[in-house]
Design a protein around this ligand. Structure first.
Ligand code: MN
Length: 496
């Protein structure tokens, strides 16, 4: 689903140390790129760029990176000292996510042989500080990763930042289709779409539900039947006592919606969609199974007109694309609490639309009544979800600015089955504990809708927000309410 992204590996030096030193710097950089690429540790390849020794070269390289659509980020490393004024023009021209890899070719000090030539050639400790100074003085967002380039943890962090960088570059081309407006009277799903385009690059457009309904009606019976066959092959069927032909007709309505919506989204070039149960036009059912399938194909989704969540789900899908053994990414909603002492947690669900990528086993299709939407009983996928840590984010509009709330959560197995609940669920315990996590979320103004992923971390989402120039409030195992309240006050002063 992603482009064939690459990351440019740009090494800084200068001509003060002579030809031999520069040759060594280039050899080292090329050897590192080759070894790291061959390791398969990174999700995207590094591309070696000629050693940067003058302001003109640095400027030209950043400009070329900006013009190259396959370049998702620039990774910089100061092998030797590189006077940082020569980086100013280039950094001013930079439009790509930036990383400062603060590493050194040699892991160990060669105690027996070390001389001044070695020191001059291997002075990242020195040159990296000069470079870091100018990036800080210019106030540019960048990721700093320090450590030896062969270290597993360092590579893991580079790999994880690469996915953040994809979230940053993809943000600028994200297009959200709004089918109907926000749910009446709801505050947190509202927001400034112009500001979102300025800040994140998102294009958020409204389309009449009648046009989508026409696209759905235009889907042929044979295409619909083929997709229903696929559903029956892929998922379990829980009839709940319904007639099996009547059940299949209900399922077919969702298959037709999936195909019609997907064709319309593709034709109009949108990557995320919102629906609203109060504005369904001639659609026979609230899109349930159809939306769940679209999410599993990588589309973003937000319910009740929540375009901010739809956009975040889409971005997080892109950030996690092609992860081996990915555990899943979806929109979720805080629904019901379990408040039994020692077992506290939040049951996450929605009326229908949870992405089956979260499922721990084979999802099943059920058709159950739904008062919301005032249409026939919608078919939906039900399942319980995987266990383990994940990250839940909520992007809110505070009127004058956006805030991203980023929460670490621990998903647990359901204590008992819930046979009468006809929706997919996740049960999680907020970090650092139920009381602190929930109280911090409320104080931060976090929404009831979240974009959630098992496959991303708090660090990745915070880095994304930092690059976008918005506040990120973190609720994780280090959170205490006293410092969290201070962070809110600090954010109010800093972000205006
Ligand atoms: Mn909702």
């Amino acid at each position: 689903m992603n482009k064939q992204y690459q990351f440019w590996f740009c090494v800084g030096s200068q001509d003060l140390y002579g030809e031999e030193c520069l040759r060594n710097v280039a050899e080292h950089a090329q050897a590192m790129v080759k070894e790291i690429n061959d390791s398969g540790d990174l999700p995207f390849p590094l591309v070696y760029k000629p050693i940067l020794i003058t302001a003109e070269m640095i400027h030209r390289t950043f400009k070329e990176a900006g013009e190259d659509d396959t370049c998702a980020g620039v990774i910089t490393w100061m092998h030797t000292f590189s006077p940082a004024k020569s980086w100013i023009k280039g950094l001013q021209a930079n439009t790509k996510p930036l990383m400062h890899l603060h590493t050194q070719f040699n892991e160990a000090i060669p105690y027996d042989d070390i001389d001044m030539d070695f020191m001059n050639e291997n002075q990242s400790a020195h040159g990296g500080r000069e470079y870091g100074h100018i990036v800080s003085r210019m106030g540019l967002a960048r990721k700093v990763i320090a450590g030896h380039w062969r270290n597993e943890g360092v590579r893991r962090r580079i790999a994880s930042w690469m996915r953040t960088a994809v979230g940053i570059v993809e943000s600028s081309r994200l297009r959200v289709m709004r089918v109907a407006d926000n749910m009446r009277n709801v505050a947190v799903t509202e927001g400034d779409k112009v500001e979102a385009q300025l800040k994140f690059g998102w294009e958020v457009d409204a389309w009449p539900v009648t046009e989508l309904a026409h696209a759905v009606a235009a889907v042929s019976a044979s295409d619909t039947n083929a997709l229903v066959d696929e559903y029956y092959d892929t998922y379990d069927i829980i009839l709940d006592g319904r007639d099996k032909d009547e059940f299949r007709r209900h399922v077919a309505v969702q298959a037709q919606i999936e195909l019609g919506f997907e064709r319309f989204l593709k034709e109009k070039n949108y990557h995320a969609i919102v629906t609203h149960f109060d504005d369904l036009g001639t659609l026979q059912q609230l899109p349930g199974l159809a939306i769940q399938r679209l999410m599993s194909k990588g589309y973003g989704f937000g319910a009740e007109g929540d375009w901010k969540t739809a956009a975040m789900v889409r971005l997080m899908k892109l950030m996690t694309a092609d992860i081996k053994n990915a555990k899943g990414t979806s929109m979720l909603e805080d629904y019901t609490y379990h408040l039994v002492p020692g077992q506290e947690g939040i049951l996450q669900a929605h009326m229908l639309e949870i992405c089956p990528s979260l499922a721990s086993g084979k999802p099943a299709i059920r058709c159950q009544p739904l008062t919301m939407g005032n249409r026939e009983d919608p078919a939906r996928l039900v399942f319980t979800s995987k266990t383990g840590p994940g990250v839940a984010v909520s992007l809110i509009d505070l009127g004058t600015r956006f805030r991203l709330i980023v929460a670490g959560v621990d998903c647990l197995a359901n204590e008992k089955p819930m046979p009468k609940l006809p929706v997919a669920t996740v049960f999680w315990k907020p970090q650092p504990d139920f009381t602190t996590g929930v109280e911090a979320w409320i104080l931060a103004g976090g929404a009831h809708h979240t974009a959630f992923s098992y496959d991303l971390t708090v660090e990745q989402m915070v880095d994304w927000a930092e690059h976008m120039g918005i506040e990120a409030l973190v609720i994780d195992q280090h959170t205490t309410l006293r410092t969290f309240k201070q962070e809110i006050l600090l954010g109010n002063a800093v972000y205006r």
